[in-house]
Design a protein around this ligand. Structure first.
Ligand code: IMP
Ligand code: MG
Length: 188
């Protein structure tokens, strides 16, 4: 049975699988055409939301990769971005001259990805590109360039496939619209 906070399934597991395979192919093709230091692409996933997408994506990239993670916070459990970004787990490696692909679950206001991208660029990598599973273009507050994106969706609060509401639902195998009308007096 579906959880009562799941209002509508937007992206099924099959749709996501198919799209991530396509993204993997595009990413592979692009990096094979580039000059990449040590022939190693540095994937930087943003925890915790990136986990299912990153796992699927990396298995579809036919190029030598190093997998790294950062953790930042900008949401604090609410369904609206606070606009403030804190680094909770920093990158533990030197990326100077390296080719980086930043992996994010969803782009809404763009504030998180803009902050992290500028932070990584300050370490003098050769290049930082951005890939996200889901984009909500209507939510944008800053102009950020997404190099690859799985799906564009309307400006609704979604859960599943890494996306949480109050740390729950990251394990759902699909992306669903959350029934936000029920959240005000919701008890876990
Ligand atoms: P931004 O800084 O507004 O672009 O928000 C990016 C971050 O907010 C993402 O990494 C998510 O953690 C979170 N986020 C944005 N929209 C949603 C959503 O619809 N569901 C769950 N998390 C979201
Ligand atoms: Mg996130």
């Amino acid at each position: 049975m579906q959880h009562p906070l799941v209002k509508e399934i937007l992206l099924t597991e099959e749709q996501i699988e198919k799209r991530v395979k396509e993204l993997g192919d595009e990413v592979t093709k692009y990096y094979k055409s580039q000059e990449v230091k040590e022939n190693t692409l540095i994937l930087v996933g943003l925890l915790k939301g990136c986990v299912p997408f990153m796992a699927k994506l990396m298995s579809k990239i036919d190029y030598q990769c190093q997998t790294e993670y950062m953790k930042v916070s900008s949401y604090f459990g609410a369904t609206q971005s606070s606009g403030k970004v804190n680094i909770l787990l920093d990158l533990g490696i030197d990326i100077e001259g390296k080719t980086v692909l930043l992996v994010e679950d969803i782009i809404d206001t763009g504030l998180t990805i803009q902050y992290v991208k500028e932070y990584l660029e300050s370490k003098n990598p050769k290049e930082v590109k951005v890939i996200a599973l889901v984009d909500k273009p209507e939510g944008r507050k800053v102009d950020v360039e997404l190099d690859w994106c799985g799906f564009s969706i309307p400006n609704k609060f979604v859960i599943g496939y890494g996306l949480d509401y109050d740390e729950r639902f990251r394990n759902l195998p699909y992306v669903a619209v959350c029934d936000t009308d029920k959240l005000d007096d919701w008890k876990w």
